[in-house]
Design a protein around this ligand. Sequence first.
Ligand code: SF4
Length: 189
Amino acid sequence: MGLIMGLEEKLPSGFVLTTVEKLAGYMRKNSLWPATFGLACCAIEMMAVGSAAKYDISRFGMEVFRASPRQADLMIVAGRVSNKMAPVLRQIYDQMAAPKWVLAMGACASSGGMFNNYAIVQGVDHVVPVDIYLPGCPPRPEMLMDAILKLHTSIYDEKLGPNREAVIKSVEEAALNALPTHQMKGLLA
Ligand code: SF4
């Protein structure tokens, strides 16, 4: 203990914590396990990424799509989210192991897409905090892999503990305070 404390005094401020954060980020980004969660057509592209035939995400330590949310830490929301499905999606998210991340795959999951109606949630960020949005209808498997690699980069740079919780809290608050999509005027104002 004395040696460690002595070492900390000699190191630049925050050096040890930064190193531990980088190490944790490195291990986390290389051992993401996605939850099996397909909602619509985008899920077909997600399945292509998961299969070993061509794209093979096992190269990134992600080959195991888990059937149980308790064994998964990445939710790929592949497809439109109906209002009826929203509480189920939230429950699955709550059951996932922390720390966890959400990838909104495709126009529908990110914003409701072409389904601007009462049945579809206008962006899954109204239900869970989203870490990365992937455009497209549907995004090609290469685009999903690119989004996953970008997410890896952000996981590697992520802060630990309370800092991560503060980020999630602020993202959730921003989503809750956002103007409901049906009240947005956009270019039609
Ligand atoms: S973005 Fe396109 S491909 Fe994906 S779920 Fe919506 S309609 Fe289907």
